[in-house]
Design a protein around this ligand. Structure first.
Ligand code: AMP
Length: 200
């Protein structure tokens, strides 16, 4: 099963991903996590991405498409994967389509979490607080100022993907303002319909 999770920062993609990983045993491929790891390791990709990420902008399509293309070649992704935070632009979506077509595989579903933007700022503040309370480093882009830029980037560059995937018939929209467990239940119910393809 190959799934894309869509939704603005703070919509719950990470939390729902963890639960899908547990249920279906497919890996979560988060471009944000991969880029943060590259920044921490000081790789060429990390050096390119660092400042852009800290300002809340988007890393170049070429770079991100490249890391995803490499990652989905790894053995754990053969049975499927969850893409979290990718694609983020229509160009990335088109590049993904071409990449999957070359490999002779297809997406199973796109799940979009719709959320009320005014509530997101509160969620992000909570995520930063909880991370700090666990003694873990807080993401530099989880500040109110940078968050606004990230939300703006989402609205302008990523929101059009909703129409893009609606046209392919792959899109399922879920109200992400519901309690976390309800969102999980609805997500699992959507994905359950595709579980048969997951086995193939
Ligand atoms: P995220 O963890 O998904 O919120 O991503 C954190 C940051 O990484 C974003 O604000 C971007 O700067 C960068 N990033 C993650 N995924 C992508 C992507 N698909 N395209 C461009 N930039 C990305």
């Amino acid at each position: 099963m190959r799934i894309i999770l869509l939704g603005p920062p703070g919509a719950g993609k990470g939390t729902q991903s963890e639960r899908i990983v547990e249920r279906f045993g497919i890996p979560q491929l988060s471009t944000g996590d991969m880029l943060r790891a590259a920044v921490a390791a000081g790789t060429p990709v990390g050096l390119e991405a660092k400042a852009v990420m800290e300002s809340g902008g988007l890393v170049s399509d070429t770079t991100v498409v490249g890391i995803v293309a490499d990652r989905i070649e790894e053995s754990d992704a053969k049975r499927g994967f969850i893409l979290d935070g990718f694609p983020r632009t229509v160009e990335q979506a088109a590049a993904l389509d071409a990449m999957l077509a070359r490999k002779g595989i297809a997406l199973s579903a796109v799940v979009e979490f719709k959320v009320d933007e005014t509530a997101l700022l509160g969620r992000i503040a909570k995520r930063a607080e909880e991370t700090a309370a666990r003694g873990q480093p807080v993401r530099k882009d989880d500040t109110p100022e940078v968050f606004k830029t990230r939300l703006d980037a989402y609205r302008k560059q990523t929101a059009p993907l909703s129409d893009y995937y609606a046209k392919t018939g792959l899109l399922h929209v879920i109200d992400g303002m519901q309690p976390i467990d309800t969102v999980t239940q609805k997500t699992m119910s959507v994905l359950g319909q595709h579980a048969e393809t997951a086995a193939s």
